[in-house]
Ligand binder design. Structure first.
Ligand SMILES: Cc1ncc(COP(=O)(O)O)c(C=O)c1O
Length: 435
């Protein structure tokens, strides 16, 4: 194990890591269900599903078999001028689940790029119709949509990317309406956020190509939950002004919030939706941008000038597509939504112990997700408590990676009640180390 760490340190630059101050990484040898195992066989419960990707569980046998089956048949082919059965089946099934007019699927291979595609499509939709003024976007304070340039621009409210500000396109930020259990102010906060959105639209609506929102919760900026009614009001307000609405369901999709897609709880649909992470049950990189038929139609023309100039070497990779099809089937075969409902009930039973806790505030539960904030600790990414806790939890055998002063659990859906009970006990014990 020490050998791997030394070799890693010789050559590897890890994501979102300050290598001068970070502890050594942990070398993982294998994983099964909700657990990771290091080279000494030590178990670490993966309570954040490895950056929210793993949903049915690590190395889930039907998925492992599916990769092997597809790899033996067709592992890759370029996707311009060629197509294949796994991509076609996946596109059909996603469109059927999302329902018309969301009916055109553009493939890419990570969440940031699916957002990039959504932004380019929205921008070009207007340009192709001669509306070249619509070049800006509306996004939410606290939003995170990835780390490529367009995604950084609409995610500037996350606070991660200020260094790059001058390189980014114009984005108008509006307030989100975060809430929690027994929040007395939620309506006032929502009303103020909608007022701010209306003002922004009055000022900039005719130069706005699209609005982008993470429905039901903003992930990376601290698991900030909003009510379904807020998502509905935002969507209707933008749509009344003719603005394209993009839902970023990269984190919220595939069961995390209790329904296959978060927006199914909001009684509204987007014009464009971005999906990734759980799309392949977290086993291979894949993402899609699913687009309204009328937007797609604006890209048709007699030469290339109106076409979308986008595509990557691994667009529509057959292994990843076959895996995604199998993962969708498992939602039915293994009653996955019922498993998520049981996790949610379990979280809800545990939530009062957190609400009563003197070091905890703003407890919230949504589907498989349980989150709260640390009372009296520095807010956001300057929180030193978060690093202290992360290291403590890892030593105790839990992969819990606080987001600033936000602690959360987002386990794989296969987690058992006894593993969850162990996680809750460990979570509470960790809080003891804080002043
Ligand atoms: C809501 C949301 N959008 C986009 C992304 C970017 O996805 P990726 O890291 O696969 O590029 C993330 C990643 O956490 C996310 O949570």
């Amino acid at each position: 194990m020490t050998d791997i760490i030394a070799r890693d340190k010789n050559h590897i630059w890890h994501p979102f890591t300050q290598h001068k101050t970070e502890c050594d990484p942990i070398a993982i040898e294998s994983a099964k269900g909700a657990s990771l195992y290091d080279h000494e066989g030590r178990e670490i419960l993966d309570l954040i599903s490895s950056w929210w990707t793993i949903n049915h569980g690590h190395s889930h046998p039907p998925l492992v078999e599916e990769i092997a089956r597809q790899a033996a048949k067709l592992s890759h082919v370029m996707f311009a001028g060629f197509t294949h059965e796994p991509a076609v089946t996946l596109a059909e099934q996603l469109c059927q689940k999302l329902s018309p007019p969301l009916s055109k699927v553009f493939f890419s291979d990570n969440g940031s790029t699916s957002v990039e595609v959504a932004l380019k499509v929205a921008f070009q939709y207007w340009a192709n119709q001669g509306q070249e003024k619509r070049t800006n976007f509306i996004a939410f304070e606290g939003a995170y949509h990835g780390d490529t340039f367009g995604a950084m621009a609409v995610g500037k409210g996350s606070g991660y990317f200020s260094l790059y500000d001058e390189l980014l396109c114009t984005v108008h930020s509006v307030p989100y309406a975060p809430t929690f259990i027994n929040d007395p102010d939620v309506e006032a906060i929502e009303n103020a956020a909608i007022d701010a959105l209306e003002t922004t639209i009055e000022q900039h609506g005719d130069t706005t190509a699209a609005l982008i929102i993470e429905p039901l919760f903003q992930g990376a900026s601290g698991m900030r939950f909003c009510r379904p009614a807020f998502v509905k009001r935002v969507t209707q307000t933008a749509r009344n002004a003719g603005i394209v609405v993009i839902f970023d369901e990269i984190a919220t999709g595939f069961g995390r919030t209790g329904t296959l897609f978060a927006h199914q709880q909001c009684d509204v649909k987007p014009d464009i939706i971005c999906l990734s992470k759980g799309l392949t049950a977290g086993m291979l990189p894949l993402s899609v941008t699913v687009i309204d038929e009328k937007i797609y139609d604006a890209f048709l023309g007699d030469d290339f000038s109106k076409a979308l100039a986008h595509g990557h070497s691994f667009t529509g990779n057959p292994l990843a597509c076959a895996l995604a099809v199998k993962s969708l089937a498992l939602f039915e075969e293994e009653n996955t939504l019922e498993k998520i409902a049981s996790i949610e009930k379990f979280h809800q039973k545990f939530a009062p112990s957190l609400t009563r806790h003197e070091k905890v505030e703003q407890v919230r539960v949504c589907g498989s997700l349980l989150a709260f904030n640390l009372k009296g600790q520095t807010k956001g990414y300057k929180s030193t408590a978060s690093l202290q806790l992360r290291d403590h939890y890892l030593r105790a055998g839990f992969n819990i990676r606080p987001l600033g002063d936000t602690i959360y659990l987002m386990p794989p859906f296969c987690i058992s009640e006894s593993q969850l009970s162990r996680a809750y006990d460990g979570l509470l014990q960790g809080l003891e180390i804080l002043d």
